[in-house]
Structure formats: structure tokens, C-alpha cells
Design a protein around this ligand. Sequence first.
Ligand code: NAD
Length: 348
Amino acid sequence: MEAPIGCAVIGYGPLHNFGWAHSAWIDATPELRLVAVCDLDPARTAAAKEAFPHIRTYNDVADVWSDDEIALVSLVTPHFTHCPLAVQAFEAGKHVVVEKAMCLNVAEATQMIEAGKRAGRMLAVHHNRRHDGNFRRIREIVESGALGEVFEIDLYAGGYGPFRHGWYSEKAKSGGAFYFWGPHAVDWVLTLMPERIAGVNGYFHKLVWHEITNEDQVRATIRFANGCVADVTWSHIATIGKPLWRILGTKGGILDTGAGGNVGYEKQTHGPVGGSLTLITHGEEGRKEEQIPYLESDWGMYWQGVADHLLRGAPVPVSGEAGRRTIGVFEAAERSSKTGQTEAVPYE
Ligand SMILES: NC(=O)c1ccc[n+]([C@@H]2O[C@H](COP(=O)([O-])OP(=O)(O)OC[C@H]3O[C@@H](n4cnc5c(N)ncnc54)[C@H](O)[C@@H]3O)[C@@H](O)[C@H]2O)c1
């Protein structure tokens, strides 16, 4: 394959301007070239053409499949469309980057992985938030061994209020409350803890916001083969919150409140800016507490990783198999919320 690689963004929606963000990341990657943007809505392709005058625009994916200049497509559409669009893209011989959530369930994930393999094309899941500055710093500290053996990971986000957010609030289209922020959180946990998943317990609540079909609060506890337990909660009924991150190890812990510019789409191409986390360690000199600044967020590096894979055989930035494990956790958590039992994750 030769650089620059022709790319199309499919889905240029208004809710988070994320089709724009994908277009900007692709445009900023020297070995990738934004050829086209496709959206069902002509008003959205007009907006894309205004922002990126050099591109072609399409309102039907069939035109993307037949455009020979396009080797790679990026799917930035609602979750329920990811699997069917990815399978069509592979059948047309395109490489695929798919936004999180990868798809609605494990069966769809497997369909996507197999279609990519049959076509001999790349499937990459856009878990861009591995490049968040706070997560990059947390990963660096955990991998340095400064915490000793990590045995507990606690992640929380949410608040109190109904989640009225277009198709995201419709469980049949979104997958449910876990599929909005949850893919980032579970992917972070699985990246920090590369151990077999021994089982998942789920606790789902639907108590207050009956005008939407998503759950009000979802929680998964993931037990790893080495005994580590991770707890991920996303809530729309939490009158009292918790810190974003708390990690405990045998020699130290991390607390990250998430304050200090951690979350924000205002700098789409760069990710979160500023902020710091608390690191507490117990060494030979006793207890030590430090404020550690976040690293730079480098979301654009995901796209350099895509180019490195296609041009030089580097690993896929986030493989379909890695994406499927995250979806497997949601599925097991939902099953467990109904059975009351610990549930296994396929492809653990
Ligand atoms: N990684 C992140 O940090 C992040 C942030 C925001 C959104 N996202 C993800 O991006 C995806 C899109 O979210 P959004 O907020 O931009 O949604 P959105 O509703 O604003 O945009 C989706 C767009 O897709 C278009 N579309 C739907 N079906 C189509 C089809 N078959 N062909 C062409 N266009 C089609 C719609 O017309 C719409 O304009 C979701 O998977 C979401 O979870 C990820």
C-alpha cells in the first residue's frame, strides 16, 4: 500500500461534531488523505464541504464503496449501524476504523472481525481516549510498578438528570447506558490490567427516567484471574458522585478527580488539557504524597498508528478482538444484572 492512503469519513453528525474531528485528524496525518465525507443528511455533507473544501461528498454509502480512491473508511455513525456498515465496507474491499461503541453485542463484533479477515482488511476500533493525558500518565505509573501489585480499580462518571440525547438515549439504537462513556472506561481498565477476565457482575437500575429506554445507572464489577477487581459505574441518578479514578496497589494508589480540564471536546484534535492526579506511595521513607501533572493528550497519534499499520505492518492501534472484549463486559454485566450470578465473558 502507498501513502497517502485515501480515506472517507462516514457520519458527520451534529451531536459531538465527531465526524469533523475524524476528518481533521485524518487531514493532519501526513500519510492519510481525506478524500470524501458521507452522511445521509445533505445539510451535514454541506457542512463538511465548507470545513474541508477539497473533499467529495456523498449521501449514500454505495458511492463510497465504489470510489476506488478510498481505501479506508471511518464509521462515525450511531452504534446500531456499525456492524452492517463495517461488513459492507469489507465486502467493498475497504479498511475500517469504527467508532466506539464497536457494535451492540458480541455476535456483531464477531461478524465484523470475520468479515475483516475474509476481506484481508484492517479492523480498528476508535478507542482514542487511550491517548487522554490523564490516562497516559496513569498507565505510565501503573506500568512502572510504583503502585506494586494493583488489586482494585474504581472508575465512575455521571450525575443526576435524564439523558435526553437523541439516539444515544434509545437502547435499541445505542446499546444502552453503558455504551456512551462505558467503552472508554472498560477499555482503560482492560488496557491497564492485561489479565484473563474471570467473571463479571452487573447491577443495572431503571427507576426514575422512564421517558427514555436507556438504563438510569449501570455498574459492572470485573474480576480478573489474578484477583484484581475493577468497578465501572455510569449514572444518571447519582445525587452524590465519586472520583473519576481510584486505583489501589500493594505499595501505592492513584486518585484522579477528573477535574482540571480532563473532559472537554473544545480541543477535539488534541484531547484533554492540563490537570493533575494524586499519587500516594508507601516506600522505605514512609508515606509520600505527590501531585503529578497529566501528560499531554495526543489523540492524533491514533491515526499515525493506523498509517503505521497499513504502511509498515505495525500492530493495529486497537484491534477488533480488543474491542470485542469491551463489548463482552457490557453483555455479561447485563446478563448478570438479570440472573444475579457472576457471568463469564466470551473471548475472556
Ligand atoms: N471516541 C469519542 O470520544 C467519541 C465522542 C463522540 C462520539 N463518538 C462516537 O461517534 C459516533 C457518532 O456519534 P455522533 O455523536 O457524531 O452522532 P450523530 O448522531 O451526531 O452523528 C451521526 C451521523 O451519522 C449519520 N448517519 C447515520 N446512518 C448513516 C448511514 N447509513 N450512512 C451515512 N451517514 C449516516 C447521521 O445522519 C448523523 O449525521 C458514535 O459511535 C459515538 O459513540 C465517539
